[in-house]
Design a protein around this ligand. Sequence first.
Ligand SMILES: *[C@@H]1O[C@H](CO)[C@@H](O)[C@H](O)[C@H]1NC(C)=O
Ligand SMILES: *[C@@H]1O[C@H](CO)[C@@H](O)[C@H](O)[C@H]1NC(C)=O
Ligand SMILES: *[C@@H]1O[C@H](CO)[C@@H](O)[C@H](O)[C@H]1NC(C)=O
Ligand SMILES: *[C@@H]1O[C@H](CO)[C@@H](O)[C@H](O)[C@H]1NC(C)=O
Ligand SMILES: *[C@@H]1O[C@H](CO)[C@@H](O)[C@H](O)[C@H]1NC(C)=O
Ligand SMILES: *[C@@H]1O[C@H](CO)[C@@H](O)[C@H](O)[C@H]1NC(C)=O
Length: 652
Amino acid sequence: MLRLLLPLAALAALLGAANVPERSFGIDYDSNCFVKDGQPFRYISGSIHYSRVPPYYWKDRLLKMKMAGLDAIQTYVPWNYHEPQMGTYDFFGGKDLEYFLQLANDTGLLVILRAGPYICAEWDMGGLPAWLLEKKSIVLRSSDSDYLDAVERWMGVLLPKMRPYLYQNGGPIIMVQVENEYGSYFACDYNYLRFLLKLFRLHLGDEVVLFTTDGASQFHLKCGALQGLYATVDFAPGGNVTAAFLAQRSSEPKGPLVNSEFYTGWLDHWGHRHSVVPAQTIAKTLNEILASGANVNLYMFIGGTNFAYWNGANMPYMPQPTSYDYDAPLSEAGDLTEKYFALRKVIGMYKQLPEGLIPPTTPKFAYGKVRLQKAGTVLEVLDGLSRSGPVRSTYPLTFVELKQYFGYVLYRTTLPKNCVEPTPLSSPLNGVHDRAYVSVDGVPQGVLERDKSLKINITGQAGANLDILVENMGRVNFGRYNNDFKGLVSNLTLAQDVLVGWEIYPLDIDGAVNYDISYLLHHPKRSAVKELSYEVPTFYTGTLSIPGGIPDLPQDTYVNFPGWTKGQIWINGFNLGRYWPARGPQLTLYVPRNVLVASVPNNITVLELERSPCSTQACEIEFVDEPNINATLQHETDKPPLFVRELWMGHL
Ligand SMILES: *[C@@H]1O[C@H](CO)[C@@H](O)[C@H](O)[C@H]1NC(C)=O
Ligand SMILES: *[C@@H]1O[C@H](CO)[C@@H](O)[C@H](O)[C@H]1NC(C)=O
Ligand SMILES: *[C@@H]1O[C@H](CO)[C@@H](O)[C@H](O)[C@H]1NC(C)=O
Ligand SMILES: *[C@@H]1O[C@H](CO)[C@@H](O)[C@H](O)[C@H]1NC(C)=O
Ligand SMILES: *[C@@H]1O[C@H](CO)[C@@H](O)[C@H](O)[C@H]1NC(C)=O
Ligand SMILES: *[C@@H]1O[C@H](CO)[C@@H](O)[C@H](O)[C@H]1NC(C)=O
């Protein structure tokens, strides 16, 4: 390898650039550009989050990005994905970041690494681990010493792994981002940014380009930029490109122009219209950016999926759905779209596109309807879901206090008095985080929901079990409400009385699903359930057999939930995420083929939280070959919520 590079070095020496190492990447402030291997360099990059794409498909997606003419990819490192418990690290399988970097390099793509610690990304808690909240008063993203200690330990694990992958060390990483949009955060703590700068330099050396990203305005750059970190900006299509880059110039009078997040689409929230941004709008602004000689990263180039519980949320509390399609040039399932070809065409006006075949869109298969059977209610299989048994406490404890960070927890107490007449059960301080499914002695009573429904009426006899299954719907990923505690985070009252004497069951549903839910059901004690608009949270199971005699099966598919309300689905123990067709806009969930096997029946587990179709219609889900994440909704607001529009405008 060294030998091969020697003639180049010799050439460089001949040209008088004797000090340029064989592999180098940096900033030329005089020429307002990046410089790679001694030559002026401009990048066109696209975002892909390895945590949102099954590793089975990493290569396919990267190759499609390469074939679009991209020089680089940009990816976030979600800290909470890799350090699920304090001091426990996971870099295996879908979390094998080094393998992902290797694949990018093998595909001929450079990498722009957004190392955090905070990433936003519409990811649970913006990538920060929930266990940080064990110190209740912690000030995240600041010089809070407990926060800094945790960051220092984590970066001491992550960054040494990244060092061999830096460009100058033979790898693909040309730049590393420190923090993310810090100028949008209230703390404005320069000492924190200085601490990160020092820490990153310690582990990565002096050569690598470290940078920050903020909304394209002096307001955002004020607290987001720091001497020693190259300041870049984010902005959307359709605005004034010159004006946006002038904002960057207020922090960086010289050096390359960079839009680190040029939005190809936008995020969704449950209960709001699916975001769509026309390809022409993006193509036009991309053309302007490239014509100005600037560097650009298309966010997202492929959005992918919030599998399991990984979605984040915005405030006022609005969780994001399972699909992170983003209306990006490659769909959630990696499909080539009209937008892909429109943007590729623009890129082709500025550089030679790579030769060769673009990997085709993967085929999808409609496996059809699958009958499900009721396997048991959460209460019926409670012992199997909560091996450790309940924690007893006078007042409710939060998820973090229980050291359970995701999913569902059951809170149980008894009714202190007869509630013959409908009696209000309420959360006066809006402390149900985020949704609670309430039953009395197995009879469903209704749903409490953060910011939406703080009071329901219940009935029951004194001494009856009051069961409240609380769902964590995803932690806030943006702004000052990041420290988002889950569970019952304040007291519940029944009429005027604070409820006390709780038995709190941490639930390991993912563990139990792998173990086979129906097996847990030794002594089913079914209660006579009235016909109500709610049922108690219940597991349903079924199997999907891949038909024989058709070549190349299994293929990707989408699962549809006709008549179902809200819940979670697993196939062969893989947690595909949340479904919520009753709220939308997402109706179908993406099922990548690597989750399915052809040799034996595939085991499906559905946890329906509110109401299944099983007592009135067919007890079925359906595997279809087209996604629907764009359903028109009854309760749809016409415009995106104010917050999102402001955020968007802030970027212009
Ligand atoms: C990355 O790819 C380049 C060629 O583009 C090669 O020289 C280098 O050795 C590769 N690095 C690794 C870590 O594979
Ligand atoms: C874009 O912004 C620049 C700099 O502020 C300004 O000179 C120019 O007139 C603006 N263009 C349009 C079309 O508004
Ligand atoms: C609760 O019941 C009372 C008395 O029947 C009724 O006035 C009230 O509207 C009900 N509240 C809710 C939230 O259903
Ligand atoms: C519940 O109320 C009690 C008594 O007022 C109080 O001490 C406790 O902190 C409250 N608990 C929560 C979780 O709000
Ligand atoms: C489904 O469950 C059955 C029974 O537990 C098991 O034998 C089978 O291997 C499972 N299928 C898959 C694909 O894991
Ligand atoms: C979503 O639906 C709207 C309205 O029917 C349509 O204009 C838009 O193109 C659809 N978007 C996608 C991505 O299907």
